[in-house]
Design a protein around this ligand. Sequence first.
Ligand SMILES: Nc1ncnc2c1ncn2[C@@H]1O[C@H](COP(=O)(O)OP(=O)(O)OP(=O)(O)O)[C@@H](O)[C@H]1O
Ligand SMILES: [Mg+2]
Length: 181
Amino acid sequence: MTTAVDTVRSARETPYEGPLLDVRDLHVEFATRDGVAKAVNGVSYSVSAGETLAVLGESGSGKSVTAQAIMGILDMPPARIPRGEIRFRGQDMLKMGKEERRKVRGRRIAMIFQDALSSLNPVLSVGFQLGEMFRAHQGASRKEARDKAIELMERVRIPAARQRVNDYPHQFSGGMRQRIM
Ligand SMILES: Nc1ncnc2c1ncn2[C@@H]1O[C@H](COP(=O)(O)OP(=O)(O)OP(=O)(O)O)[C@@H](O)[C@H]1O
Ligand SMILES: [Mg+2]
């Protein structure tokens, strides 16, 4: 059985020796009515293949904004990245074109949002939303995408995945929604 992880693995190009993700001296600020809010001030970390990194910090210290900057999903403006590098397999994502970056984001890097309910679309079934990545990134048919969605839901232990694939986000528990994300 081919899983999403296997598919991504087989899509992997040349092996890469350095850290997968290398964040260097990242600064993020927001233009607000009251002036410039400095949300991230010189964060550096790196993560190698197979490694798990936990980032701890008080509320509002910039953990999520750092993750959003890595994903390239900050609205700019009001956000601005005045300094820093975000290297994925050695390539500075801040200097990539939009399309190239979208590919990295779709296939190689993903984010589980802090608030899973607000990041799932309330008017689309979870199966449709899960299937979307296979349709968009792998050209899967609707049927294939649905089967993949069920398979992924089973992998994160959503009971009765096949029956629930057409359910909407509000019909799942908070933990289930996070696993679906
Ligand atoms: N779109 C935005 N516009 C202005 N300021 C923002 C924006 N997004 C985040 N911030 C500010 O950036 C700072 C860092 O926020 P962030 O969400 O990264 O905190 P966090 O470390 O993830 O906190 P928590 O542990 O509560 O999730 C906060 O002061 C927040 O108010
Ligand atoms: Mg956060």
